[in-house]
Structures are given as structure tokens and as C-alpha cells.
Design a protein around this ligand. Structure first.
Ligand code: BG6
Length: 475
């Protein structure tokens, strides 16, 4: 049967270290910024991040305990037929404080073992270099990415992992959802700045510039050290519509989109976009650019554009109507869409539209590295076997894959698809595990109690079928 998906299409699943591994102080690891959070980013971060209170339960400290279950988990991923697995390396396992000269051998060894296990089953590792996991020491002592010194620390980290894993990992991504710096630099950029701080824009764009330079250095090193490697950027993907066809709403939407795509414009094209000067003037930003930065960036753009996609939002010129809070975004109600239990407006067709827009803008391959439905699951006994009947999840994914196919039929080049949280993990926004995305259920509750046993959900068999038929059999 003819299929739009190429033979080597990367069907997979996605995770991040702090949301799945646990073992947050094991084998020399030290805390990262996410380890200070009790309830995800609903917590107020505060300057210097919160002090870790040993009496309290921090979800990332044990997470789904992938650190001790990785063999069993990867065996299950293999059973599902996954072609690839997106994961991140915890920077703090390799450089626990972030500014050391020498890496932590035990941390390196852990990922050697994970990659070997994946490769044993022919599963391609897709590695995010850092996924909201800045070493806490770098955040507290250096002020996070506001400090140019982080470029050197990141470079040393990249040099170390590229050299160590050059025979195991071909696909890399530098920073997870880098455009979320705008809303929440606490997460990816390792610093906190109040919303009404006069210096907020200056700090955010300066930190982002440092990350752009670091990314260009990483791209250069990756290609030099690992022949045939590909390194992408990663965007929090969002389709935005104007609330009405009133030209002011349309203009607000264009600006809103450009705020977010500013990051991919720089990283995919290697230069600041045409609207930068105007934007910075309005925001009072005066970027400090060191000699050589712009040349380095222009010579080392990213190879592909990876993005997450969960929902869309609606933009209006009327500030007061911006009431809905979704995945790191604000918008107004779209009467044509359903919302998830967490208030996210679900929009499969928006995925197709967004893919076409991105491809049109950059003409480089896309990679959907996150998509999925966060939902409350119930473990039940079916024919004597514990499972979750998650038809709602199957329905969500199926509707998105259909649109993904249509975008590909239209001509968009897509490398792969890795639904988020293929094994249940800790939610980034809320710190709960009860907001589940996985095909594999992990027995753990929001207070950290559970056996950590793994159970296959109904969607497990469904996804297995999708992969086996290379996307042809969705029902
Ligand atoms: C993305 C992040 O924003 O969305 C993930 O890259 C996150 O880390 C995912 O988990 C889903 O969001 P949440 O808040 O439901 O976990």
C-alpha cells in the first residue's frame, strides 16, 4: 500500500530527563532548576530559585524512576515498535555544577548504557542537550544565561557529550522550546525576572542572544565531531488565529507570531530578522553583541526545526479578552474548538496549518517532537489484565496524524513524530503525574506514592499498529 510516510520515518516517543529519570542526586548528580519545583511552573520561582526543603515531596526527585527502570522501559518501547526515542541528557549528571572542567564519569556512563540499550533494539536516540534543566549552581551563582560565561560552560558540555557519544547519537537538539524564554525565562534560561521589571526585556533578549551563540557553537562542534549528524532547534509550537477579521486583530496576530518565530528566524537562518530593530527599539533593548558572534551564527544555522504542538490560541487587540492560559501561552476562547481537562484548546487542523507555515518560512525539514493529550487515566482490569482504556488519547493522536499526513501530501518535509511522554512522566506545568500522556502507565500518584510498575494502555497496541503499517492503519 502506498504511504506518504517515507520508509525511514522516525516514529517515536518523547521524554525529558527531569520529568522521567528521578535519582536526582544519584551518582554525583546535583540539582537543576527544575528540581526546586514542588508543582511545576505553577510555583513562583523567585530570585535564586527556592531552597529545596528535605521535608517536602518534589516530583522530579524520583519522577518515573527511569534511572532504575530504563531497561524495562526500553524493552516496552521496542515492543511497541518505536524507531526512535527522544530524551534529554541531564546537564547536571555530566557537569553537576555546570562550571567544572572535567565531567562526571558516572553520569556519562549512565547515558552510555541507555544509548546502548536503545541501539540494541535498533531505536535511534534523539537527544535534547538541555530540556529546562539548567544546573542550579549556574542559575544561582552566575544568573543563568544572562551571563555570557554560560556559553563556555555549554560549549564544554557539548564538546564532552558529542565526543563521548559520537558513535551512538546522530540526531541532536540544542535547547528545548527556546521561545518560552519570553514568558518564563526561569525554565529554560535559568533566571527569574519580575514581569514589571524595567530590565525584563533587556535581560530576556540578552540571555537569548547568548543561547543563540551557544547554539551556533554547538552546531559547529556537532558537525565537526560527528559526521552525518543533524542538529536542530526546538520551538514551543503554537498556531495563533486572529479573533476576528478586523485588521487590528490580524496585525496583533502577526506580531504575536513573530515574537515566537523570532527564535526560529535567528536559529534557522543564522541572522536576526528584519523586524528586530523595530522590536528592540520599542522594547528598549540594546543588545551587547561580541565581535564574531554574528558571523558564527550565520555560518552555523540549525539543520532542522523541531517543535512541540498541543493546541492553538486566538489573539485579539483587546488585552482584557486574553484570558485563556494554555501551554505557555495566553489567548482568548475559540468557539470552534474543544478544550482538554486542563483548558488547552485542541486543534488538529491547526497542526497542518502550522506545519505548512513553518516549512514555507524556512524550507528545512520539520520534526514534531511533542504532541499529545494530557488526561486523567484510570487503571482497570480488562480480561484479567491491568490497563487503561484511553480511547480519548487514541482519538487525539489519530486526528493529529491525519493532519500531519495532509501537510506531507501538500509537500511538507517531516522527519518524524514523537508523541510526548510516551511513558507517563511528571507534568512540567503542574508537577503532577496525574496529567498523563503515555502509552505506558506508571503506577505513581501525585504525592509520590506507588509501585512504579508499568502497564500497557490500550493506546500502546494502537500505536504499535500505526508504526507497523507506517502510518496507514490509524483505526
Ligand atoms: C512542553 C514541554 O511545553 O510541554 C514539556 O517541553 C512538557 O516539558 C509538555 O511536559 C507538556 O506540558 P505539561 O505542562 O502538560 O507537562
Amino acid at each position: 500500500m502506498k504511504t506518504v510516510f517515507p520508509k525511514d520515518f522516525l516514529w517515536g516517543g518523547a521524554t525529558s530527563a527531569h520529568q522521567i529519570e528521578g535519582a536526582y542526586l544519584e551518582d554525583g548528580k546535583l540539582p537543576c532548576t527544575a528540581d526546586t519545583l514542588l508543582q511545576g511552573f505553577r510555583d513562583r520561582f523567585g530570585k535564586g530559585y527556592q531552597k529545596i526543603d528535605p521535608e517536602k515531596y518534589y516530583p522530579s526527585h524520583q519522577a518515573s524512576d527511569f534511572y532504575h527502570h530504563y531497561k524495562e522501559d526500553i524493552r516496552l518501547l521496542h515492543e511497541m515498535g518505536l524507531k526512535c526515542f527522544r530524551m534529554s541528557i541531564a546537564w547536571t549528571r555530566i557537569f553537576p555544577k555546570g562550571d567544572e572542567d572535567e565531567p562526571n564519569e558516572k553520569g556519562l556512563l549512565f547515558y552510555d548504557n541507555v544509548f546502548d540499550e536503545l541501539l540494541k533494539y535498533g531505536i535511534e536516540p534523539i537527544v535534547t542537550i538541555t530540556h529546562y534543566e539548567t544546573p542550579l549552581h549556574l542559575a544561582r551563582e552566575y544568573g543563568g544565561w544572562r551571563n555570557r560565561k554560560l556559553i563556555d560552560f555549554y560549549e564544554n558540555y557539548c564538546q564532552t557529550i558529542f565526543t563521548r557519544y559520537k558513535n551512538k547519537v546522530k540526531y541532536w537538539m540544542n535547547f528545548n522550546e527556546i521561545n518560552t524564554n519570553l514568558l518564563l525565562p526561569d525554565f529554560g534560561a535559568g533566571f527569574h525576572v519580575e514581569r514589571n521589571d524595567q530590565q525584563r526585556n533587556q535581560q530576556i533578549y540578552q540571555a537569548s542572544h547568548h543561547m543563540f551563540v551557544a547554539s551556533a557553537k554547538a552546531n559547529y562542534l556537532c558537525h565537526k565531531i560527528i559526521p552525518n549528524s543533524q542538529i536542530g532547534m526546538m520551538l514551543a509550537g503554537m498556531q495563533s488565529y486572529p479573533a476576528t477579521c478586523q485588521p487590528n486583530d490580524v496585525w496583533e496576530t502577526i506580531k504575536h507570531k513573530n515574537d515566537s518565530l523570532f527564535f526560529s528566524d535567528v536559529m534557522m537562518r543564522g541572522e536576526y530578522p528584519f523586524y528586530t530593530e523595530n522590536l528592540f527599539k520599542k522594547l528598549g533593548v540594546e543588545l551587547r553583541i561580541a565581535p564574531g558572534d554574528l558571523e558564527l551564527m550565520s555560518k552555523n544555522p540549525c539543520d532542522y526545526l523541531a517543535f512541540s504542538y498541543y493546541m492553538s490560541n486566538v489573539i485579539t487587540a483587546d488585552e482584557e479578552k486574553l484570558t485563556i492560559v494554555g501551554n505557555l501561552s495566553r489567548g482568548t476562547v475559540n468557539p470552534f474548538l474543544e478544550t482538554s481537562d486542563w483548558g488547552w484548546q485542541l486543534d488538529p487542523i491547526g497542526l497542518k496549518n502550522y506545519m505548512v507555515e513553518l516549512y514555507e518560512r524556512y524550507h528545512k525539514p520539520l520534526f514534531i517532537v511533542e504532541n499529545g493529550l494530557g488526561a486523567k487515566d484510570e487503571l482497570v482490569k480488562n480480561d484479567g489484565i491491568w490497563t487503561v482504556i484511553d480511547d480519548y488519547r487514541i482519538d487525539y493522536l489519530e486526528r493529529h496524524i491525519i493532519q500531519m499526513k495532509e501537510a506531507m501530501e501538500y509537500g511538507v518535509e517531516l522527519m518524524g513524530y514523537t508523541p510526548w511522554g510516551c511513558i507517563d512522566l511528571i507534568s512540567a506545568s503542574g508537577g503532577q503525574i496525574s496529567k498523563r500522556y503515555g502509552f505506558i502507565y506508571v503506577d505513581l500518584d501525585d504525592d509520590g506514592i506507588g509501585s512504579f510498575n508499568r502497564y500497557k494502555k490500550k493506546s500502546f497496541e494502537w500505536y504499535k499498529q500505526v508504526i507497523k503499517t507506517n502510518g496507514e492503519n490509524l483505526l
